[in-house]
Design a protein around this ligand. Structure first.
Ligand code: NAP
Ligand code: ZN
Ligand code: ZN
Length: 350
């Protein structure tokens, strides 16, 4: 297979900083779209993956799955996109396309889904490499159309932070009259507030950070509960229909379950692993409450979200950085010091 060498940023061990390296991209196959990357968002999953927090990373890894770019070439059978179009790629670049989940637009739950990075690239027989790079080649079925009216840097985080919060909001039918709470005001959290608000819900933020109260209100939260304040947690009991928990690390979920209303659902989006402390079942049984999880969203649902963002003028609040600043950005993300998503201007890599 013909390939091209391009510049990227990645790492070959969990301890090392990210640095510039060269990777290969295939030249376009008949169904492929080649994209010059303009912006790529920085997701906390990129950091988890680079540092092997989930124990599944194969190195070298080139993170990045919030990609916006310009089409520079298309294969002979491509009909959806043409050279010059602004397009987007999220967390998925392939799936089996024949299983029930694929047929039902749930490619993210396909047993053979291919992540934008860290997946298995059947063409090159190596790991897939993500958006911290000059360009990417993706099958047109996984390339999304972008509304014309939105700022492109602000749009990039919609591709992961946006869809990951949109999918559970839609699945659990959030709309006017819903009472939604969001735990953690970071990349996912700030998109969750904007989207739940735009769907007409009453939105509450749970945060450890009193210094984020004004921002949360400006983003569309109606109430803020400081989660480290026991009296505020007590006052929030029995209220919410749906809680989206975006906190990346181990923490106690029990106090949030107590704030659910009867039939309420706590959706875990952030922490991947075994819960510690364990869940106490009493409040669940006494109130028919559920604890669930949710993974990103399918391609059709991501397109639905992009169109919704175009219609409602929704983008992410971003701090645009150079590729060379990524290691500092990771350190700041670990300190929750980001308002509210870093986005890399990929011109800095050219
Ligand atoms: P982020 O921007 O770093 O935001 C996380 C927020 O959680 C922080 O701003 C902070 O908010 C709170 N937080 C951080 N550390 C905490 C701790 N130790 N204890 C309590 N609260 C803490 O991260 P993100 O990009 O939104 O990603 C959040 C998580 O979702 C990551 O684990 C990521 O891997 C995961 N994720 C999952 C999916 C999926 O499909 N399920 C998709 C994308 C990302 P406050 O200061 O307000 O407390
Ligand atoms: Zn992500
Ligand atoms: Zn499938």
């Amino acid at each position: 297979m013909k390939t091209k060498q391009i510049n990227a940023y990645g790492t070959d061990s969990p301890e090392a900083d990210l640095k510039q390296l060269q990777i290969e991209r295939r030249t376009v196959l008949p169904e492929d779209v080649e994209i010059e990357i303009l912006y790529c968002g920085v997701c906390h999953s990129d950091l988890h993956f680079a540092k092997n927090d989930w124990g599944m990373t194969q190195y070298p890894v080139v993170p990045g799955h919030e990609i916006v770019g310009r089409v520079t070439n298309v294969g002979a059978n491509v009909s959806k996109h043409k050279i010059g179009d602004i397009v987007a790629v999220g967390c998925l670049v392939d799936s089996c396309r024949t299983c029930n989940n694929c047929k039902n637009d749930l490619e993210q739950y396909c047993p053979e889904w291919v992540g934008t990075y860290g997946g298995f690239d059947k063409h090159l027989q190596t790991n897939t490499h993500g958006g911290y790079s000059q360009s990417i080649v993706v099958d047109e079925a996984f390339v999304l159309s972008v509304p014309e009216n939105l700022d492109l840097a602000g749009l990039a985080p919609v591709l992961c932070a946006g869809i990951t919060t949109w999918s559970p909001l839609r699945y659990w039918n959030v709309g006017k009259g819903s009472k939604v709470a969001v735990v953690g005001l970071g990349g996912l959290g700030h998109m969750a507030i904007k989207l739940a608000n735009a769907l007409g819900a009453h939105v509450t933020l749970f945060s450890r950070s009193p210094n984020k109260i004004d921002d949360a209100k400006a983003l569309g939260a109606h109430d803020i509960v400081i989660s480290t304040d026991e009296s505020q947690m007590e006052a929030a009991m029995g209220q919410f229909d749906l809680i989206l928990d975006t906190v990346p690390y181990e923490h106690d979920f029990n106090p949030y379950i107590s704030t659910l209303n009867v039939n309420g659902i706590l959706v875990i989006l952030g922490f991947l692993g075994v819960l510690e402390p364990p869940l106490v079942t009493v409040p669940m049984i006494m109130g028919r409450k559920s604890v669930a999880g949710s993974l990103i969203g399918g391609i059709a649902e991501t397109q639905e979200l992009l169109d919704f963002c175009g219609k409602h003028n929704i983008t992410s609040d971003v701090e645009v950085i150079k590729m060379q600043d990524i290691n500092t950005a990771y350190e700041r993300m670990l300190r929750s010091d980001v308002k509210y998503r870093f986005v890399i201007d990929m011109n800095s890599l050219r």
